[in-house]
Design a protein around this ligand. Sequence first.
Ligand code: GLN
Length: 536
Amino acid sequence: MHYIVITGGVISGLGKGTITSSLGYLLKSHGYRVTSLKIDPYLNYDAGTMNPYQHGEVFVLDDGSEVDLDLGNYERFLDVDLTGDNNITTGKVYKEVIEKERRGEYLGSTVQIIPHITNEIKRRIRLVASKGDFDVVLIEVGGTVGDIESMPFLEALRQLNHEEGKGTFLFGHVTLIPELGENGEQKTKPTQHSVRDLREIGITPDLLFCRSKKPLSIETKKRVSLFTDVAIDGIVSINDVPNVYLVPDAMEKQGIIPFVREKLSLPQKEYHDAWAEYKENIRQPKEKVKIALVGKYVELQDSYMSHKESFSHVTGVTGIDVEIKWINSDDLIQNQEKLSDVQGVLVPGGFGYRGIEGKIQAARYARENNIPYLGICLGFQVAVMEFARNVLGMDGANSTEFDPRTKYPVIDLLPEQLGIKDMGGTMRLGAKKVLVKENTLARRIYGTDTVYERHRHRFEVNPDFIERFKEGGMLFSGVDEDGIRMEIAELRGKEGFIATQYHSEFKSRPLSPSKVHLHLIRQALEYKQNVVEATA
Ligand code: GLN
């Protein structure tokens, strides 16, 4: 077993997750079996209760775990399905240790960070490593070196390196090389300091990923190498690329794999780049559509990371580029014209009343103007509410999440949610079976009668209203295994409208994009061509 640890220095937000995932993709392309885990040193048990404004999207795994969005990157780059064990947090570690102490399992000893907390961290890392026949385990440590919170994790990794023995561990460190002055002189001092901080805690990096505007000059690499002892071949220049799926190529060109192979004594294996054609489409798309993403966290686009990625997957597979027009739903209430130049509308998931009325307007505008629409989770629920209000004449129809006393509670709490008080990990979560009905748009989109999609919700379509929707022209073409939870909605006779209670964006992968995102983009292109024809 080999481990590659990726830490971060200087500042946060340097793209450690993308770098880790890209390295994973390259190792996989070179024939190695890889898994990946993320350490999040915050005290939260998991990401489920966190505001997207702080950490971006909450990603959901098959097993229902609510995890850091980097797990989404690993799944997409490595094309694997991970579990909650692949995300270690301080909350999970401490909870386990304290519960053990309460059970008396420490036999009277004083429970301490070293060794009890560090042992629990090592146990969790080894658990992930033992779950498959892996050549390499990638470990990404959240935060930046020097944070108090990450200390026990770095100490545990230092110990693990020592215990596993020579040639099993590589430490990679992500830093920033700022450029100053008119000729953009590359400054190495922050990197030197950051590496020094790492060494102080007993970790010597073998690899440096240096984020900079321009590629690192050879002089800069030499300077960094001189001050940090990292070999020149181990210094990788990371520069902006138009699409994250192009990062592996940039790393590959700098010879990172031969370097890693030699350091870890890995045998050479057969190389296969699964994304060759995919990347061509991303570099040179043939068509382009503009899609409105109507949400309330649009200032922080990471809140909708998996939707962005799903569209990118569609581009890779079809050659249709997707420009996202980010629209704050509140702005739509006064000004629906904002939707007049787009060829498709996506209303993603969300919680809480703020922004709801604008989302309802978006669904209405799309329906009335025949603009292709995709609703996901809350975007599914608002489409149902909109249809009830404006087509079925149920004035003030709402979700009881927003108006508990509405006359028409078309969206209501799931029965099993009654009486639930804890917020963490208690929604209807994870992959569930969805039955797709015959002779429907959904069936044509999926081409099969059963799909497994990931969920994250407390509310659902109220079964009492289903017949009325059907009579009015909205059908539920996908249902859960028992036939009582509505999973997919479509409008009779409308190819351009589809909405799902589940989050298809979480299972979208580069070579197999979310089917409903793909459908939206195909419809958007058709719509665009029709508009062009109509005006010609
Ligand atoms: N707030 C809605 C619910 O709980 C939708 C959730 C979501 O969009 N993820 O059902």
